[in-house]
Design a protein around this ligand. Structure first.
Ligand code: TXA
Ligand code: MG
Length: 308
């Protein structure tokens, strides 16, 4: 079988679960971005994910669960904060890093003693996990280094020619990857900002989060790679009158400019590449600058480590 794309339905979910049980990776929609999944107890299928994506083997995968019991089976000694966060934010775009249970293959965590777990809220994703009968390890379904796919066609663009089944569930409602938080140390650490903000997590836990710094012991290996990047160069523009390029992204677009939202960022990056644009200009309004998750992805794509 080569790459196949079918629309999401009860029947295609059953077919996709059969593929997964047979060791074939499946691309499926989540509320954040599309994932490339394999059953966690099939080591050969997990290895295929790294090969298909050309993903460095030192970059661990997120495991997607459909129930609290599945989540508990993947970790040991979770702190009380785990239940508090899961109760408040699951199913949803929050990934929680805990101590890994020894029954989980080390390859999933790139050899680390930890495990990243998330319960997606997308009904198709939940149904696929349930029909497969075990959690699914799933990175975003892009080739390593490319923007995450927010539509089935984006995944197709990157993975065509590979042996995968792609379930088309339409555009992802959130459009950027989940918030990742580590509960490994006594103070929770924000490893990757996302649509669930640090502030919401702090209010829920009634505890300050530590931000990831180069000195944070628990890091998010994925964050070190140039990520989310289109081929075009990215230029941040802080004064509207200085916008002059052919491909302008703005939260308040004027004539000829394109709308920049969390949901559209990656789709716009990919569109720029399809049009072979060499430069993307970003209208950095105060509103955009205060959007931590979106700015995080833009700075990564622009290869800028900090604005200050
Ligand atoms: O929204 C999402 O999280 C999407 C959808 C498909 O669920 N998935 C996603 O996966 O973005 P991926 O592989 O593209 O990003 C996973 C991130 C990486 O930065 C990785 O380093 C980090 O999570 N991660 C995974 N396991 C980890 C662990 N044990 N410790 C620290 N970071 C971990
Ligand atoms: Mg990714």
């Amino acid at each position: 079988m080569k790459t196949k794309l079918i629309s999401l339905s009860e029947a295609s979910l059953t077919l996709a679960a059969a593929f997964l049980k047979n060791g074939e990776p499946v691309v499926f929609p989540t509320e954040t971005v599309y994932g490339l999944g394999a059953p966690i107890y099939d080591e050969k299928a997990i290895k295929k994910i790294f090969t298909i994506k050309k993903r460095p083997v030192d970059n661990p995968l997120i495991v997607h669960v459909a129930s609290w019991e599945e989540a508990l089976s993947l970790c040991v000694d979770p702190p009380p904060a785990f239940q508090v966060l899961a109760h408040r934010f699951w199913p949803g775009p929050l990934t929680i890093v805990l101590q890994r249970h020894e029954q989980v293959f080390p390859i999933i965590s790139a050899g680390r003693p930890t495990i990243a777990i998330r319960m997606p809220s997308h009904p198709g994703a939940l149904s696929l996990i349930q029909k497969t009968g075990e959690p699914l390890a799933a990175p975003s379904a892009n080739l390593s280094g490319r923007p995450s796919p927010t539509s089935a066609l984006d995944a197709w663009e990157d993975l065509k020619g590979k042996t995968v089944l792609i379930l088309d569930g339409g555009a992802c409602p959130i459009g950027i990857e989940s918030t990742v938080i580590s509960l490994i140390e006594s103070n929770p650490v924000l490893l990757r900002p996302g649509s669930i903000s640090a502030k919401e997590i702090e209010e829920t836990l009634q505890m300050k989060l530590r931000q990831r710094t180069p000195n944070t012991k628990i890091d998010s290996p994925g964050m070190k790679y140039r990520h989310y990047a289109p081929q075009a160069k990215i230029r941040l523009v802080f004064r509207r009158e200085e916008l002059c390029g052919a491909f302008i992204l703005s939260p308040n677009p004027q004539k000829g400019e394109r709308l920049l939202t969390t949901q559209s960022l990656y789709a716009q990056f990919r569109e720029a590449d399809r049009l072979r644009e060499s430069l993307i200009e970003i209208d950095c309004t105060p509103q955009l600058l205060s959007n931590e998750a979106l700015m995080n992805r833009i700075l990564k794509a622009a290869n800028i480590h900090s604005l200050y």
